[in-house]
Each structure stands twice: as structure tokens, then as C-alpha cells.
Write a protein that binds this ligand. Structure first.
Ligand code: XIL
Length: 448
């Protein structure tokens, strides 16, 4: 029999910075002796380990045995998509989706709903629509499907893959997008009204590291949070080859810092370095407190939509691959959370008219950090701002939401087009990732 030991210690440490200071250091350690399944190993740190399931495979005993043994979260691979649930306008078919949900629930698993709106796998009738007709049909779809599954879904991918690839950081063109840029928030509001208990996620690919596309999503989530649009989580599909992005952890952390959960939602990894890359993704999630779980996109290599690339954790005959052991070991090594998370807020002098203050929230780990800087207008509106930070022992490697001059020492930041105007008393944010130490940033703000 295995002994299980688990220790959790919370050590608050106060730091003082300038006139106003708020500091906390959180150290959490969790150790548990080797769990023998992915689900149990993830559960040691309160996370889940899931897989995509195809209804057509629920009669395959090898498949179902692995599903029931290893996984405690399920995503319908295709069965809850628009073309499956509303093949004709206003006619809803839930039989395959329900089959997956019932199989999961009766075996003690939870379900991620995937996906209410996506420009792919739209039924033909919706593909042929545009404008206000489509907007109405799309919101009705969200309302109907989320109502059917009300109270049964852990998290819904409300909108899937709405951002463009490449450097624009903007939205992808689609008939959904052409109904108006507010289609995403309208969908989230409709989903919340239909199922208040489900977490509501935005889900996308090529957003796993820090890049123009993920920064576009980041800016949307930040905007939604600031305006009270109901969003609870962001899914990172993680369809990868050979490596996890080196800044995956920093990317997950910057989203988590916006106040949303993050999840790896469709993980599969091709290539010879597969096992190492799976371990790296696992560790990136475990290092982010709000990374609540990981889902792989299928069970055996032969079940994969990337079948020729053998990107999953089990062989076609159901044997565990080296990648499986790498994931299990990484999960068992623990979900320590951030080794050290320090949040420091500094505030400069009381703002007067045309003045501003800057504060920083810092997430520091051994080798790097993510800093989120909040710029707050004084008693009159800002038309532009300039922030100065000091980096004595660190270097900026990536930034978003501001123009930058320099990477270390005194670093100056100015607003970008969309966040220069800040109403009196209101705030905007920018952020950056760095190597080394982010302590002592001591931001100061001036109107420009
Ligand atoms: C894929 C399924 O795995 C395939 O069976 C189907 O033919 C196409 O869709 N991003 C997503 C998933 O959000 O829904 C996709 O799933 C894979 C890419």
C-alpha cells in the first residue's frame, strides 16, 4: 500500500515599498506519493486530466477502459458543435452529445462543453447567413444548447478560434465576425444567462506562448474583465510539435493575472521530442495556480485527428507511451504552484489634474517574471501617458500594451493607440515578461 503525504504551508511575508505598500509571498508545497493514473495524479493538486471523446468509440472496450481508468474530465470531440447540435435551423439534436455526457457523469467525470460558436463546423444553413439574421440565429444557438446542458457542464468553450494567425493580433474574418465586433461578448452574455453555473471560456490555438495572437486575446480578456463581460477562463489548445513554447508558463500566468482560470484544452504533440514536450506542458500548467487542468485531444494515436503524427499518450493498441510516463511523473512531482509569488504594489504621489499613478503586480519565479503595470488617471482624463520602470537585475524579453524603449536599467513605456485615453479616475494596463529579477520596478507615471 502506498502512503500519501501532503503538506501545505502558507507563509505570508510583508514587504514595504515607498509610502503605500502591499506585499505577500505565498509558498505552497504539495507532495504526494506516486498516483498511478493521470486523473488521480492531477487531482493531487486539485486539477483535472481530461481527454476528447468520440461518441462512436464508446463501444470499443479498450478505448472505454482507458477512458474510465485514466481521465476525470471529458470533452466531446465533435458532438456538441453547432453542425452536430443544430443541423437544421431551430431543430436541435443532442443524442450524441448526451451519450458522451452521460457516460462521463455516470463514471464520475466532469465535462467541458465544446464549442458553442466556431467559424468551422457551422451547419450549412448558418454558413449561408450574414448580418442580423445570423446574429439572431447564433445567439439562439448559444441559448438553446447552453440551456439544454444547464448545470451539467464544468466549462463551456463559448467562442472558439476567433483570432487571426500572424502578426495582426486582430480578429479572424468570418460570417460571425461580420455580424459586428461585439459578437463574442454577446455570446458570453447569452451563455451566462442560460447556464450561470458553467465557467465560460474563450479557446484558441497558436496562443500557447506570448505572441501577437495571444496578446490580441489577452487584450480582449482584459477588456472584458474591465467592462464586466462574463468570462471565467481561457483555453489554450496546445496542438504542438516537438516543443512547448519556452514562455508557455509566462503566457498562462499573464492571463491568470487578469483574473481568469486557464486550461490546456486540446493537447497533442507530434515529433521525436514528444515525451519531453509533454512534461514541459504539464510543468507549465502546474506552475500556474489558476491552471485548473489539462485535456489531451484523444486517447490512442489512432483516435487522433493528427493520426499520422502519433501525437497522443497511448499507442493504437492502447499501450502507454514514454510520453504517458513523462506526464504521470511530472504530475506526481507535484503541483507546487508558483515557487514564490510576490505581489507588490507601489503608488506614487497623489495624482492631481492631468496626473497619473502607476502600480505593478509582479509574478516572480526562479528564472523569470511577468509584471502587469496599472496606469490610473488622476482627477482629469489622460490623453496619453508615460511610465518609467527600473530593472536593476532583470531584462525585458517581451511586452504588450505599451511602446518600450530599452530592456534593462531605466525602461520607458508609452501608451499605444488604444489605451492612451484614460478617463479621470479610471485605469488601463500594460505588461511585460522578463528574465532575471523583476523586483524594485518602482513605476512612475506622467501624463503626456
Ligand atoms: C477536430 C476533431 O478532432 C476532428 O474530428 C474534426 O474533424 C475537426 O475538428 N480545434 C478545435 C477542435 O477546437 O474542435 C478540432 O477538433 C481540432 C482543432
Amino acid at each position: 500500500m502506498k502512503l500519501t503525504s501532503r503538506s501545505v504551508s502558507l507563509v505570508p511575508i510583508v514587504s514595504t515599498v515607498a509610502a503605500a505598500a502591499l506585499g505577500a509571498t505565498l509558498v505552497v508545497t504539495a507532495t504526494a506519493n506516486a498516483a498511478t493514473t493521470l486523473g488521480a495524479a492531477a487531482a493531487q493538486s486539485g486539477r483535472y486530466y481530461g481527454t476528447a471523446v468520440a461518441a462512436g468509440k464508446l463501444g470499443d472496450s479498450t478505448y472505454v477502459n482507458i477512458l474510465n481508468t485514466e481521465f476525470n474530465m471529458v470533452t466531446a470531440e465533435n458532438e456538441m458543435k453547432w453542425d452536430a447540435t443544430e443541423p437544421n435551423r431551430g431543430q436541435f439534436t443532442y443524442s450524441s452529445g448526451d451519450r458522451i455526457l452521460n457516460q462521463a457523469v455516470s463514471n464520475g467525470k466532469r465535462v467541458r462543453g465544446h464549442a458553442l460558436l466556431w467559424h468551422q463546423q457551422e451547419p450549412g444553413w448558418a454558413q449561408r447567413m450574414e448580418g442580423s439574421d445570423l446574429r439572431q440565429a447564433m445567439l439562439n444557438h448559444v441559448t438553446q444548447v447552453a440551456t439544454h446542458y444547464r448545470g451539467k457542464i464544468y466549462a463551456w468553450d463559448v467562442v472558439n478560434e476567433a483570432f487571426a494567425d500572424g502578426g495582426s493580433g486582430g480578429r479572424r474574418d468570418s460570417n460571425l465576425q461580420r455580424t459586428g465586433n461585439d459578437w463574442i461578448e454577446a455570446a458570453f452574455r447569452a451563455a451566462r444567462a442560460a447556464d450561470p453555473a458553467a465557467k465560460l471560456c474563450y479557446n484558441d490555438y497558436n496562443t500557447d506562448g506570448i505572441n501577437a495572437k495571444s496578446t490580441g486575446v489577452y487584450n480582449m480578456v482584459r477588456d472584458f474583465k474591465s467592462r464586466g463581460v462574463p468570462i471565467d477562463c481561457v483555453g489554450f489548445q496546445a496542438h504542438l510539435t516537438n516543443n512547448a513554447p519556452s514562455d508557455m508558463r509566462a503566457n498562462l500566468q499573464r492571463f491568470a493575472d487578469l483574473g481568469v482560470d486557464v486550461q490546456i484544452t486540446e493537447l497533442d504533440i507530434a515529433g521525436a521530442n514528444q515525451a519531453n514536450a509533454y512534461a514541459a506542458v504539464t510543468k507549465a500548467c502546474l506552475a500556474v495556480t489558476r491552471c485548473t487542468g489539462i485535456t489531451v485531444w484523444g486517447i490512442r494515436d489512432t483516435d487522433s485527428w493528427r493520426r499520422g503524427e502519433n501525437p497522443l499518450l497511448f499507442t493504437g493498441s492502447g499501450a502507454k507511451k514514454p510520453a504517458y510516463n513523462a506526464v504521470l511523473d511530472a504530475l506526481n512531482a507535484g503541483g507546487p504552484g508558483p515557487t514564490t509569488t510576490t505581489t507588490t504594489t507601489t503608488t506614487s504621489n497623489d495624482p492631481g489634474p492631468g496626473d497619473c499613478t502607476a502600480s505593478v503586480s509582479l509574478n516572480q519565479w526562479g528564472e523569470g517574471f511577468v509584471a502587469t503595470v496599472k496606469v490610473t488617471a488622476g482627477s482629469s482624463a489622460l490623453r496619453g501617458w508615460r511610465v518609467t520602470t527600473t530593472l536593476s537585475n532583470g531584462t525585458v524579453t517581451n511586452s504588450w500594451g505599451a511602446n518600450r524603449s530599452g530592456t534593462s536599467g531605466t525602461v520607458n513605456w508609452t501608451n499605444v493607440d488604444y489605451n492612451g485615453s484614460v478617463p479621470a479616475g479610471q485605469s488601463t494596463e500594460f505588461g511585460f515578461q522578463g528574465a532575471g529579477s523583476g523586483s524594485g520596478l518602482n513605476p512612475t507615471c506622467a501624463a503626456s
